[in-house]
Design a protein. Structure first.
Length: 270
């Protein structure tokens, strides 16, 4: 059900890479060729996006799941309007076409990321057992439980009483709070050795909150990355940190580019 939708993202990204290449290598002396190519690529991307969203409409037929598809249609309309503007300005050989790409880039990439994560989670929350089983087979989940994670039913079905610890990694801080609180209450009822609970949070305030509620360890991905980079930078054997990230095969870190839109409020801020 979801596999064709996720797989089609590759096709979208192939087209978008062409557009991104034009933006990065724009030649003012030969601008007409660049604008002409941009028009063709933007039209192709719009057609593929239309096909992509139609995949959702046709593949997801569950009544309760339809509301999540309708929410995505709002994003589709925004992306379409942006592409129409880009095509129009590119036909006029206006650099506004490339400037609009900054806004398009932000929404487009955020949506694809949501589609792989939150959208999939939303669908799981309303799907029936047969559809959940289909997803489990597709992504090779060894086990799955159809229940809210912080309920007694889920804890009993997962044999939590015999576990040594719990890892809760929801992107929603409220879910992690509910899970940690429920596990500690379950632990008291059993009168057993305390569980080792690990969680995750993006903000320092949330990290402290989860620790106070009973988590043994809370990982902050941003802080973890900063510590890892600092540890590498302090190594006296390393002369060039950038080269270490780019060319070294001994590190688990990958360097990725993050584009800040020209109208972003974080520009020129530390």
């Amino acid at each position: 059900m979801l596999k064709p939708i996720i797989n089609h993202q590759k096709k979208l990204n192939e087209i978008y890479k062409k557009i991104d290449f034009l933006r990065e290598n724009f030649d003012f002396e030969n601008y007409e060729a660049f604008f002409s190519e941009l028009v063709d690529n933007a039209k192709e991307l719009k057609n593929e996006l239309e096909y992509h969203f139609n995949l959702q409409i046709n593949a997801i037929t569950h009544k309760k799941a339809k509301k999540f598809v309708l929410e995505n249609m709002l994003v589709r309309d925004i992306l379409f309007r942006m592409l129409d503007f880009i095509i129009q300005k590119a036909k006029q050989n206006s650099t506004d076409a490339f400037l609009k790409l900054d806004d398009f880039d932000e929404i487009y990439k955020a949506y694809l990321k949501k589609e792989k994560g939150l959208f999939k989670q939303n669908l799981k929350s309303v799907l029936n057992d047969d559809e959940i089983e289909e997803i489990a087979k597709e992504y090779k989940y060894p086990f799955y439980i159809k229940a809210e994670p912080h309920t007694d039913l889920a804890m009993k079905k997962s044999h939590l009483s015999s576990a040594k610890g719990v890892i809760t990694l929801s992107p929603n801080i409220a879910d992690n709070i509910a899970m940690i609180s429920s596990v500690r209450l379950f632990e008291n009822e059993l009168g057993r050795i305390p569980y080792y609970i690990m969680s995750i949070a993006d903000k320092s305030v949330d990290v402290e909150k989860l620790l106070k509620l009973g988590a043994n360890e809370v990982i902050n991905p941003n802080k973890l990355m900063a510590k890892r980079a600092t540890a590498i930078a302090k190594d006296h054997k390393i002369k060039n940190l950038l080269e270490e990230f780019l060319y070294s095969r001994d590190t688990n870190l990958n360097l990725e580019e993050f584009r800040v839109p020209k109208k972003s409020l974080i520009l020129f801020k530390k």
